[in-house]
Design a protein around this ligand. Sequence first.
Ligand SMILES: N[C@@H](CCC(=O)N[C@@H](CS)C(=O)NCC(=O)O)C(=O)O
Length: 212
Amino acid sequence: MSITITAFEKSPDGGKGLARDTRVRWALEETGLPYDVRLVSFAAMKQPEHLARHPFGQIPTYEEGDLVLFETGAIVLRIAERHPGLLPADADGRARAIAWMFAAVNTVEPPILEFVTARLFEADKPWAAARLPLVADRVRGRLKQLSARLGKPDWLDDAFSAGDLMMVSVLLRLRSSGLLDEFPNLAAYVERGEARPAYKRAFAAQLAINAP
Ligand SMILES: N[C@@H](CCC(=O)N[C@@H](CS)C(=O)NCC(=O)O)C(=O)O
């Protein structure tokens, strides 16, 4: 069954891998699945044709036969459940990996997005200087907890899983802020993710489209 995903025609990050198609590409690369990419402009994302795939007019989407999915957590889970390489074989290990996927998008990503919004998109607002330290501390709080839980091991729960793929993808957004470097084991964890050949292929594929 052929797979098609959507991605920005021109990503605002200029190919730094922060657009969320990168995590889907990474999952596809980890599992060795070929895929096609349909590039969409910001205007096209808000048109009925794309809204039929993604009710919120965003990327990425995922098409596989009659199945059309949105939300990167759901897409990566679909890939991971059907192809070896991203979820442990035992049921309890799978459940734990899925818990980490939810933690990435539901517990760790929201304060990071608040911080990024305050830092990059609201920097000119009169209240920006007062708000930024507050949201930065909220991120630090989460990173401190995650750092304590990760400890020294390479991955969150034994072997690399879709939980790590999602968590690393979420943490990557912090790199330019320097916040990640306050937690050396998390910075090293992200680097391990980026060093995976599948990540490198995914990154290169999105860069080929977005390089300035
Ligand atoms: N929770 C969604 C978020 C999707 C999302 O925010 N996509 C961004 C690109 S990374 C987007 O399409 N932004 C343009 C817009 O919202 O208009 C997911 O994980 O798939």
